[in-house]
Design a protein around this ligand. Sequence first.
Ligand code: FAD
Length: 481
Amino acid sequence: NTSLVWFRRDLRCFDHAALYAALKQSKSVYCVFIFDKDILDLLPSKDRRVHFIDQSVRELAAEIEKMGGNLIVRYGSPKQEIPKLALELQAQAVLVNHDYEPQAIQRDSQIKLSLAQIDCDFLSFKDQVIFENDEVLSQAGTPFSIFTPYKNAWLKKFLAGGDDFYCKPYPVQTYAEKLSKYSCAEFPDLGRMGFAAIDQSELALQGGMKAGAILFEDFLSRIHNYELARNFPAIKGPSYLSVHLRFGTVSIRHLVREAINCVRTGNAHQGAQVWLSELIWRDFYFMILQHHPRVVDRSFKADYDAIVWESGTHAEQVFIAWCEGKTGYPLIDAAMLQLNNTGYMHNRLRMVTACFLVKDLGIDWRWGERYFALHLNDYDLSANNGGWQWAASTGCDAQPYFRIFNPITQSEKFDPQGKFIRRYLPILARLENKQIHAPWMLSSSVLKQAGITLGENYSEPIIAHDEARKTTLARYAVVKK
Ligand code: FAD
């Protein structure tokens, strides 16, 4: 029998659940990737992620060829392309890995129905997480809504599996001879899909499995320091693997296996344990999205939907200032410029900028969430939504809503020498370390000496934090009832 493996956010040909299952159960296996018109047509013509995907798909195609098959690459709507191709190949099954986003679930169920009409099965596998859906539940048999007890239950289940049962790789190579070649494989061009060329140097990230593996190797040599370094945006502390996790050019099972190895061997024990927790956060937010798809546009804690956010022209103006890195708060501005210039933003800064937008400027978290969705290379609905709702205190968080980050003390604490700020705001470079966090507090002579004119070459603060704090506490008071 013949199967078709449809690659989506799993752009690798090793340790791949659907590919392995297809190879094991079929005589002949075809592989396809579709540049999804329904998603891509909504994007601006310059989008770094599309180039990341393009690089990754090209490498995937080359690697599948080395294994004896090839990758069919199309540009179109999967709802039409997949049934059409399945019919042409006379496939008995289309195999995919689960996609947990509500729109993707809807798309997949439509495709499943279309395939049923041609007697073709649609089979879906867990691949991008360690535990999904109902696999980690509380003792009462209900889904968790707080991270720490979820993490403890996750670890308990994982360790009870023994012998790394839950992160064993799928040995795709074992049956690779079943890969078949499609006769007229061609590769659609990004230009023809309406995307502008991008200067490679602008693309500070490299797509593909090899690039993901190199990043991970590099991170393993630093993982011992992760716990300390991860909070300081000027330092190379985190792994930078999020975009590879997003598009599946690395395998979550491989990452967890290596992290657990570091924990077990005592090598980098502490750092690896904290990093493993971050990977568990990822599973956690996927699970939240599966159980509560309404979080896509509603508060996880329903009573928080009563909050009235700022609106009107002023709200729009301060939102634009936030987007453009012109709030007058150097750490916030540098962080937004990091996002705008590279598509990445450090985790600490995601928390601080998100909190600033919602709790200093009083802007609806959904505005910020959408902006991040458009600009983050690693944009993932579940983690982004989870992160924004966490920052807005509307989500799964044990902390009370009156946790409000102070953007100045965050700056002094996590960028004490202003190294990160100077990288993105060279106009502030001549200020001393202690002065750089709140330039509006400096005397005019100090500013003049440093070549800064507030309101001209650097913004005046668009809000006073202490005042904003009071307004926010009043705004959130509606949820106390
Ligand atoms: P590392 O510190 O090396 O962490 C390793 C991996 O763990 C990450 O690659 C990621 O897959 C996972 N991870 C880490 N922290 C979290 C978290 N809080 N929630 C879920 N997974 C996590 N992460 C995304 O992948 N996509 C997003 O769209 C996204 N949006 C966010 C928005 C906000 C407002 C906040 C506060 C956080 C967001 N995060 C998002 C989580 C986190 O900031 C990024 O995963 C992290 O900064 C990516 O960098 P890294 O790969 O170097 O992380």
